[in-house]
Design a protein around this ligand. Structure first.
Ligand code: SF4
Ligand code: SF4
Length: 443
């Protein structure tokens, strides 16, 4: 029987309409908009100014704290300024704007397609390279990857778990990467294993990606210690706690991290980026982005330079049809609504979903009927109906006691609620307020 996590979970329609679309390189934009904050943590500090000429791969902003990430030019050209541009969050953010001229790369980057398997770098050198090249978690979390590779004193990593689950409906970027760039992904996995000093890695892939499972299962024996674990399809299996439970049957405690049970989790695209960073000296300047939706003429997977306006991806996928009302960055469950299609692709943009009117309209909420469906669906074992009420009433001590900070914001509760209550909206607000209270208590 296929493995999965035990508590809660839902089965939304998969709608992987772009699954068979091969990755295509999107043409360069005319202007690239590269935000300084594309990761969890402090925004990077710009080290370029208006009028500077830059090459592809050149460092343009330095990490500004322990939790932060370097940012590199994804295009060559002239910096026209550092402007306030609305990004995927819906807020204006400081952004390096580059008028694109040609495609001139930093000479230190190996642009050949030659596969480089071996490395002479030590564990510490790999981790440093991952930090220098600005690698962040590419499954959407955007947590700087090098920090996860620094195993804290007193903890020991036993196994690397690679997230190839891609449980969000519609998204297929990771799937295509595993199908088309399997060797690079697996070498990236070996490098990550070396960085944390483990001899075992498990790649968890949901069973709705048969080509990816077949390809990596065929290639894996070339790379010792890596196994592929097909998993039952269940949302939100891409959550770290759910994936750790599904693959190695260990429970991460409330408030804990995978390393508390001997695991380090990294995404498939992050493993690919690690390969490019370590073996090719290439910073994180591009990524695979799925452009999808039932009304999209050509659902696609594009290799896109960071900073490319989303409007360009939509055009390449056939443009917006009449009746398209909502754009989502990411998938339908955890993605964020985009306020403008001018927003740029960033390191965390896994997909752009175009929703038609009947998908985007929310039902009118009615009274809770105490059916407990939200409780059965919650993968964290929480009581969403209660957290919702406590959040609405701003009862923060009770919310903290109800473990609101364990909420992974997966939306499974709202998805199942027959009363159409937007549970996640309130719970997210309550969680954010409680986290602020907890942070101020530590000061
Ligand atoms: S959004 Fe939070 S409360 Fe709702 S199901 Fe997911 S983890 Fe549970
Ligand atoms: S699923 Fe909706 S109606 Fe049912 S208990 Fe939860 S909040 Fe109430």
């Amino acid at each position: 029987m296929l493995r999965t996590f035990k508590i809660g979970g839902i089965h939304p329609p998969e709608n992987k309409v772009s699954a068979s679309s091969k990755i295509e390189a999107l043409p360069l934009p005319e202007i690239a908009y590269i935000p300084l904050g594309q990761h969890i943590g402090a925004p990077a500090t710009a080290i370029v100014a208006k009028g500077d000429k830059v090459k592809v791969g050149q460092l343009i902003a330095k990490a500004s704290g322990f939790v932060s990430a370097n940012i590199h030019a994804s295009v060559s050209g002239t910096v026209t300024g550092i402007e306030s541009i609305v990004d995927g969050s819906g807020y204006p953010r400081p952004t390096v704007v580059i008028a694109v001229e040609g495609d001139e790369w930093d000479e230190s980057i190996d642009r050949s397609s030659t596969l480089v398997e071996e490395t002479t770098l030590s564990a510490q050198e790999i981790t440093k390279r991952v930090a220098d090249m600005g690698i962040v978690g590419m499954g959407g979390a955007t947590f700087p990857s090098h920090i996860k590779l620094m195993v804290p004193d007193g903890k020991k990593a036993e196994v690397l778990i690679i997230n190839g689950v891609e449980c969000e409906p519609y998204l297929t970027a990771d799937d295509r990467l595993m199908v088309e760039r399997g060797d690079e992904v697996l070498i990236g996995v070996k490098l990550l294993m070396k960085a944390i000093n483990v001899s075992r890695a498990i790649i968890g892939i949901e069973n709705n990606k048969p080509e990816a499972i077949a390809n990596l299962t065929k290639l894996a024996p070339k790379y010792s210690g890596i196994s592929v674990q097909p998993l039952k399809v269940k949302y939100p299996q891409g959550g770290e706690k759910q994936l750790v439970k599904a693959t190695i049957n260990r429970e991460i405690p409330s408030g804990g991290l995978p390393i508390d049970v001997g695991a380090v989790v990294q995404n498939v695209a992050t493993a690919f980026a690690t390969y490019e960073a370590v073996q090719k000296n290439k910073p994180l300047i591009d990524r695979v982005v799925t452009v999808t939706g039932k009304s999209i003429a050509k659902p696609s997977n594009f290799f896109v330079r960071v900073g490319t306006p989303i409007s360009q991806l939509l055009e390449a996928a056939g443009g917006l049809a009449e009746g398209n009302v909502k754009l989502i960055s990411g998938g339908p469950m955890m993605g964020k609504a985009l306020s403008t299609e001018k927003s740029p692709v960033t390191k965390g943009t896994s997909g752009v979903l175009v929703m038609v009117e009947n998908m985007a309209v929310r039902p009118v909420a009615s009274e809770c009927i105490r059916c407990a469906k939200c409780v059965s669906a919650c993968p964290m074992g929480l009581e969403p109906f209660l957290l919702n009420k406590l959040s609405a009433r701003k009862m923060y001590p009770e919310l903290e006691a109800g473990k609101v900070t364990d909420c992974i914001e997966c939306g499974s509760c709202a998805y199942t609620c027959p009363a159409g209550i937007p549970l996640l909206d309130y719970i997210r607000n309550g969680k954010s307020a409680v986290m602020q209270i907890m942070r101020s208590r530590k000061k």
